[in-house]
Design a protein around this ligand. Structure first.
Ligand SMILES: NC(=O)C1=CN([C@@H]2O[C@H](COP(=O)(O)OP(=O)(O)OC[C@H]3O[C@@H](n4cnc5c(N)ncnc54)[C@H](OP(=O)(O)O)[C@@H]3O)[C@@H](O)[C@H]2O)C=CC1
Ligand SMILES: O=C1CO[C@H](CO)[C@@H](O)[C@@H]1O
Length: 334
């Protein structure tokens, strides 16, 4: 990356523009504004009134009507894209063409073709990109990676991951609109499929997935995956069971169990347990509620992003393969 496009080489703050004024925007804008070396200079909405209202509420200098006007602004170095999934590729690629660095909400896009196009556009324009998958940046996740690399649990044989929450949704919910990339496969499969990719560090060799479709979108997904060396994984996600955000990594010596991996439960430290063969459960807890700020800091640093980008691109491929398996009603060999 040449000097000018490297956010870290700037002596002034990296100036973010935000696309969209929905629920997650509220939290991420606060995270952006409280990250060292970052300033939020503009926010765009489909309507001028909402953009202005939001800008006033959050002390952002400019409230802009329309996303196109925002990505062309000279006082914006990087964008945070908080739109429904089907709009992620279009606006990330558009912003990359304007030489803006990209923080794009999860799921990165709605297909691996789109995700590859996003990655290509960022490379061609020499801008950095990350998907806003906060848990990958929690301090605890580094410990998970270390334990897995050191074979702390022996040989890993099986992984299971489950992420869900129970409806009801508000009206105009993009999660229920197939045209906007709705459904739990993209929304929650991003987390559970991503966890399985994180633990194995690779793509499965085969996938079988089944879905319950209601209102035109997947409301429940159950999947099985096969990897080299006889490693298997199961995935569950859906909008029809109470909140789950947990996984189990089963090894030949012990198992790692975590019940809050996507985000620690409110007012509790992040935690996990290592269960051994004698039934002893050792609890570990981790300080730090800064996963999003650490993610933003990484984007604006000079640290290589390739392995995180590979994680996101593979997660998208895993989701595509699950979708294909559901469509064909059979096991897909990858
Ligand atoms: N990382 C995380 O922890 C979380 C990530 N997310 C992700 O963030 C993204 C946004 O989710 P969320 O904030 O819950 O969504 P919301 O529906 O609350 O907000 C989406 C925003 O997108 C804009 N938008 C543009 N076109 C449309 C359209 N046709 N329909 C609806 N909204 C539209 C709107 O902003 P405006 O009208 O101002 O233009 C709207 O406020 C999703 O990809 C989701 O998966 C969501 C929650 C948590
Ligand atoms: O990413 C997100 C955080 O988790 C929620 C479920 O609890 C998702 O719906 C949301 O899109």
């Amino acid at each position: 990356m040449h000097d000018e496009s490297s956010p870290k080489n700037r002596t002034s703050p990296v100036r973010f523009g935000v696309l969209g004024t929905g629920r997650i925007t509220r939290r991420l804008v606060a995270d952006l504004q409280s990250t060292d070396g970052v300033e939020v200079t503009a926010i765009a909405s489909r309507t001028a009134e909402r953009a202005k209202w939001y800008a006033d509420q959050f002390g952002i200098a400019a409230g802009i009507a329309g996303y196109d006007a925002l990505i062309k602004r000279e006082d914006v170095d990087a964008v945070y894209i908080a739109l429904p999934p089907s709009m992620h590729a279009e606006w990330s690629i558009g912003a990359a063409a304007q030489k803006k660095h990209i923080l794009c909400e999860k799921p990165l896009t709605v297909s691996c073709e789109e995700a590859d196009a996003l990655d290509r556009a960022c490379r061609e324009n020499q801008v950095r990109w990350l998907d806003a998958t906060g848990w990958l940046h929690h301090e605890r996740t580094e410990t998970f990676a270390k334990w897995i690399a050191e074979k702390h649990f022996g040989e890993i044989g099986h992984i299971s991951a489950a992420v869900s929450f129970y409806q009801p949704f508000q009206s105009d919910e993009h999660r229920l609109d197939p045209k906007l990339g709705g459904g739990c496969l993209l929304d929650l499969g991003w987390y559970s499929g991503g966890l399985i990719r994180f633990v194995t560090g690779k793509m499965p060799t085969a996938i079988y997935a089944d879905s319950v479709i209601r209102e035109g979108v997947p409301q429940r997904i159950t999947a099985m995956m096969w990897f080299d060396n006889n490693v298997t994984a199961t995935l569950s996600c859906g909008y029809d069971t109470a909140s789950r955000k947990w996984f189990e990594v089963a090894g030949s010596v012990s198992s790692l169990i975590c019940d809050d991996f996507t985000r620690p439960w409110a007012d509790r430290p992040a935690r996990c347990w290592v269960h051994d063969a004698a039934g002893t459960a050792q609890e570990h807890s981790f300080e730090g509620q800064q996963q999003e700020r650490r993610m933003i800091a990484k984007l604006i640093s000079d640290e290589p992003l390739e392995s995180l980008q590979r994680q996101a691109l593979d997660t998208q491929r895993i989701i595509d393969a699950m979708e294909e398996s559901i469509r064909q009603e059979q096991r897909i060999v990858i």
